[in-house]
Structures are given as structure tokens and as C-alpha cells.
Design a protein around this ligand. Structure first.
Ligand code: AMP
Length: 211
């Protein structure tokens, strides 16, 4: 199964991709996580990406396309994968298509801008393993500590309200047109990512995948 999870920043793509990845036994590939890891390791990609990410801007397409192509070559992708946070521009979507990749479904998690801004203020992420948390909807067992690895939970600089509004603008101009791109290919499925629990959204996503 080759899947894409689309949606604004903070829609729950990472959270849902992690559960679906476990359920289906295929890796979830998050370009955001890969870029944060590259920054931590101080690689060339990390150096290129950092200033764009800190400002809430998109990282240039050629950087993204390069890391995704390399990741998809790895053996764990042979049975399928979930792309979380990529493609984010038409150029990225076109590049994946030009690689001959054929997707089974594109799930668009629908959440309003107001709900996103509210949500992001409570979002925390493990600085060690990337596991996402939320102070209200998914609190860790011990405050500030990752349940999975014991790492420190942090509020990402790009999750601050001002940056979130800017990232939402970019989402609407650069990424939302992808819905039409995939609708034209008969792949788009919209799933509400708001007004219910994380588990209920997961069930809705899994039902959509079974259809
Ligand atoms: P995320 O964790 O998916 O919210 O991504 C965090 C940041 O990484 C974004 O705000 C962008 O700066 C950068 N990023 C992640 N994925 C992409 C992508 N596919 N295209 C461009 N920039 C990306």
C-alpha cells in the first residue's frame, strides 16, 4: 500500500501515520522528521534546511525530492509506505509521479485554521525520537518526558502561534492545490480530523483505506 497523508500543519498527520504504519506494517516517512534529524546531525541537508524551517518556510523542492528518493530506495519500503508531510508542492508531487510511483490512496485530514492554531499551542514533540504529544489530547505519562524513549518533550519553534499562521498561509497557497491534483487522479479521500478523538479519526482513516 502506497499512501500519502495530506493536511495542514498540526492536522494530526504524524500521529495518524504512526498508528496506520503499525497497523499495516509499512514505514511512515516524514520529511519533517528527516530534516530535523539532519539538522541535529549537522549534515549538508540539515544546514540547507534549517533557516527555512525556523522561519516556517518550505525547504526547497530539490532538497526534499533528493531525500525522499533516497529514502524510498531502502528495503523497508518494498511493501509500501506512508508519506507524511510530502509532497507539499505541485513540483514535489510531479517529481514523485515522474519517478513512476503509483499511489493507492491520498488521505487529506481536514481541520480548520482556527482549530489548528489552538491545537499547535499544546503540541509537544520528543526531542530524541520525534514522537508527538499534546498537553490536552495526548499527554505523556510524566510531564515533559517521552513515554517511548524517556527523551525531553519540547514546543517546536515553528509551532509558535505567529509562525503557525504563516505556515497555514503557505499550506493554502502551495500544498492545498495538491488536493485537486490527486482528485483528478481519483485518489483523494477527505477525512475529518477534528471534533472527535484521535482513535475515532484513526478508525475513520482505516475505514477509508479498506473501502
Ligand atoms: P513538519 O514536521 O511536516 O510540519 O515539517 C516541518 C518543516 O519542515 C516545514 O515547515 C518545512 O519547513 C519543512 N518541510 C517538511 N517537509 C517538507 C516538504 N515536503 N517540502 C518542503 N518543506 C518541508
Amino acid at each position: 500500500m502506497k499512501l500519502i497523508f495530506l493536511g495542514p500543519p498540526g492536522a494530526g498527520k504524524g500521529t495518524q501515520a504512526a498508528v496506520v504504519s503499525k497497523t499495516l506494517g509499512i514505514p511512515a516517512i516524514s520529511t519533517g522528521d528527516m530534516l530535523r534529524a539532519a539538522i541535529k546531525e549537522g549534515t549538508e541537508v540539515g544546514l540547507k534546511a534549517k533557516s527555512f524551517m525556523d522561519a516556517g518556510n518550505l525547504v526547497p523542492d530539490e532538497v526534499i525530492i533528493g531525500i525522499v528518493k533516497a529514502r524510498l530506495q531502502k528495503p523497508d519500503c518494498s511493501k509500501g509506505f506512508i508519506l507524511d508531510g510530502v509532497p507539499r508542492t505541485l513540483a514535489q508531487a510531479q517529481a514523485l509521479e515522474d519517478e513512476g510511483l503509483v499511489f493507492d490512496k491520498v488521505i487529506s485530514l481536514e481541520v480548520s485554521d482556527e482549530a489548528i492554531v489552538e491545537r499547535m499551542s499544546g503540541r509537544r514533540v520528543c526531542s530524541a525520537c520525534g514522537e508527538p504529544y499534546h498537553t490536552v489530547s495526548k499527554p505523556p505519562k510524566a510531564e515533559g518526558v517521552c513515554d517511548s524513549c524517556g527523551g525531553e518533550l519540547v514546543h517546536r519553534a515553528d509551532d509558535k502561534a505567529e509562525t503557525v499562521r504563516f505556515r497555514l498561509e503557505i499550506y493554502h497557497t502551495e500544498t492545498e492545490p495538491l488536493k485537486r491534483f490527486y482528485q483528478e487522479r481519483g485518489l483523494l479521500h477527505e477525512v475529518s480530523g477534528t471534533g472527535r478523538t484521535i482513535e475515532e479519526t484513526t478508525q475513520a482513516v482505516l475505514r477509508t483505506l479498506e473501502e
